[in-house]
Write a protein that binds this ligand. Structure first.
Ligand code: AMP
Length: 447
C-alpha cells in the first residue's frame, strides 16, 4: 500500500517536489517575508483565526449562491455543529472583529493574515484544493483614500518582487441602494432571455442575478456582453467615491483599467472592486494574482456595528508561479568546503565562529571532492563559499567565493567573485558582505 497526499493538496519541502505545485520552502518563506514586511510598513498587524469555522458564517457572508458556498466547501458535522474548513480569510476576520467588539477599542483596524484555505475545486495549475492566501483588511475607514493605498501597496509589493507586468482591473459595484436598482435593471434585461441561459444561471437569476455576470458559460457570456452596465447606474455618492479613488491612483502614478464586467465570485462586495493580473512566468490561464474590494455591509450583517471595510486576498501559489525561475535566490548563508583532514577541524572551528556571529553556516565534513562540495553548496543556495585547503591554512587565508557578486577577478565567469581573505578577518568580512548586501570590493577583500 502506498500513501499519497490528498488530490489538490501538496507538500512544500526544502527540495522542489515533482508536479505542478510551485517552489521549495525557501521561495515560500521569501515571499511570506516580503508580504509581511510590506503589510507592516503600511500599518497592518497580523491576526490568526481558526482553520475551522461554522459553515453558516460563509453562507451568510460569502453568499449561498456563490460557487464557493454551493460547491466547494469542505463541510462536516461534529458534536452536532455544522462546520467547515475555511475557504477564505475575510469572513473569519470580520467574525473575529465583531466577536471581540474591536470597533469599541479603536476607530480603525488594519489587519493582515496568511495561511491555508480550502476549496474543493477542479484542481489544475494555479488552482488547488488547499492553497495559501495572504490578505489585508481595513475596518472602520470608508475610503476612498485607503482604497487607493491598498491597491498601491499591492502594486509596489509585486514590483519589488520583480513581477513587472501586473495590471490593475478596477470596477465599482456601488452601495446597497445602487446594487438594488441595478439588480432590477439586470433582471428586466435577462428574464426575456432566461431559456438561453446556462442551467446554473437560470437558477441564480431568481436569487441573485448579479452572479450571472460572473458566469464562465459561453452561452451566458454572449448575453452578458450587452447587459446594462452597473457603472451607468451608480448613485452620485458612489460615483464620487469611485472618481476620487481614480484621482488618488492617478496621483500615485498607478495605472489601472476600468473593467465593468468585474464582479468577482463572492457576494459581499460593495463599491470598490479590483483584481491584479499578470502573465509572467508559468502562470498559465489562472492569471489573477490577487483580488479584493470593499464590503461595507458585512460587519453589520454579522451582527456588528455599521463599520465599513475593505480588503484583498492574494494566492501565494500564483505569485510563485508568476515569479518562476526568479523565485530561486541565493540565501544569506555560508558554505565551508574543507579539502584535507587538517582542513576539516579548521572548518569546524570557523563554522562555530560564523554561527556565533549569527551567520547561518554549513560545514561539509564528508571528505568529498571540491566538485561534489560545490554542487552541494549550489543545491543549498548558499551565497558565500569558503574554501579551506592545506595551501590556504599554510598561508593563513581563506578563499572566499561570492555567488551573488558581479565584481571581482573572475566576474566574467558566472557572476561570482573570488578572493583570498586573511583568516583573522574572515568573520568580519563575511558579516559585512551579508549585512549590507554589499559586493566584495566594498567589503575590501584582499584580492
Ligand atoms: P478569492 O478569495 O476567490 O477572491 O481569491 C483571491 C485570490 O486567491 C485569487 O486571486 C487567487 O490568487 C487565489 N485563489 C483563489 N482560489 C484559489 C485556488 N483554488 N487555488 C489557488 N489560488 C486560489
Amino acid at each position: 500500500m502506498s500513501f499519497r497526499s490528498v488530490q489538490g493538496m501538496f507538500d512544500i519541502l526544502p527540495v522542489q517536489t515533482k508536479g505542478e505545485y510551485p517552489a521549495a520552502i525557501r521561495e515560500w518563506q521569501r515571499l511570506e517575508r516580503a508580504f509581511r514586511s510590506s503589510a507592516e510598513l503600511y500599518g497592518y498587524t497580523e491576526i490568526r483565526t481558526p482553520l475551522i469555522e461554522h459553515t453558516k458564517l460563509f453562507v451568510r457572508s460569502i453568499g449561498d449562491t456563490t460557487d464557493v458556498v454551493e460547491k466547494e466547501m469542505y463541510s462536516f458535522e461534529r458534536h452536532r455543529d455544522q462546520l467547515c474548513l475555511r475557504p477564505e480569510g475575510t469572513a473569519s476576520a470580520a467574525r473575529a472583529y465583531v466577536q471581540h467588539s474591536v470597533q469599541a477599542q479603536e476607530p480603525v483596524s488594519r489587519w493582515y493574515y496568511l495561511g491555508p484555505m480550502f476549496r474543493a475545486e477542479r484542481a489544475q495549475r494555479g488552482r488547488y484544493r488547499q492553497f495559501y492566501q495572504a490578505g489585508c483588511e481595513i475596518f472602520g475607514d470608508p475610503g476612498p483614500a485607503c482604497d487607493a493605498e491598498l491597491i498601491e501597496m499591492l502594486v509596489s509589493l509585486f514590483e519589488g518582487l520583480g513581477i513587472s507586468d501586473v495590471t490593475v482591473h478596477l470596477n465599482s459595484l456601488g452601495s446597497a441602494g445602487t446594487r438594488e436598482r441595478y439588480r432590477d435593471a439586470l433582471l428586466a434585461y435577462l428574464t426575456p432571455h432566461k431559456d438561453s441561459l446556462s442551467e446554473d444561471s437560470q437558477r441564480r437569476l431568481e436569487k441573485n442575478p448579479l452572479r450571472v455576470l460572473d458566469s464562465k458559460a459561453p452561452e451566458d457570456q454572449a448575453l452578458v456582453a450587452d447587459a446594462p452596465k452597473l457603472l451607468d447606474v451608480l448613485s452620485d455618492d458612489d460615483r464620487e467615491h469611485f472618481e476620487t479613488l481614480q484621482r488618488y491612483l492617478d496621483a500615485y502614478g498607478v495605472r489601472y483599467e476600468l473593467d465593468p464586467t468585474l464582479v468577482r465570485g463572492l457576494d459581499y462586495y460593495t463599491r470598490t472592486l479590483f483584481e491584479l493580473k499578470s502573465n509572467s512566468g508559468d502562470l498559465g490561464a489562472q492569471n489573477t494574482l490577487c483580488g479584493g474590494g470593499r464590503y461595507d455591509n458585512m460587519i453589520k450583517s454579522l451582527g456588528g456595528a455599521d463599520v465599513p471595510a475593505i480588503g484583498f486576498a492574494m494566492g501565494l501559489e500564483r505569485i510563485l508561479l508568476a515569479l518562476g525561475e526568479q523565485a530561486t535566490e541565493k540565501t544569506d548563508s555560508v558554505f565551508i568546503a574543507p579539502l584535507g583532514k587538517d582542513a576539516v577541524s579548521e572548518a569546524l572551528v570557523l563554522g562555530r565562529e560564523l554561527r556565533q556571529a549569527g551567520i547561518p553556516t554549513e560545514v561539509d565534513g564528508r571528505g568529498n571532492s571540491m566538485k561534489s562540495m560545490l554542487r552541494r553548496a549550489n543545491h543549498l543556495g548558499s551565497r558565500l563559499v569558503l574554501i579551506l585547503g592545506d595551501n590556504e591554512i599554510e598561508r593563513g587565508v581563506v578563499q572566499l567565493k561570492d555567488f551573488q557578486s558581479s565584481d571581482g577577478p573572475d566576474s566574467g565567469s558566472g557572476g561570482k567573485a573570488q578572493s583570498d581573505v586573511p583568516r583573522s578577518d574572515i568573520v568580519a568580512q563575511v558579516s559585512l558582505l551579508l549585512s549590507n548586501g554589499g559586493s566584495m570590493s566594498s567589503a575590501g577583500a584582499a584580492t
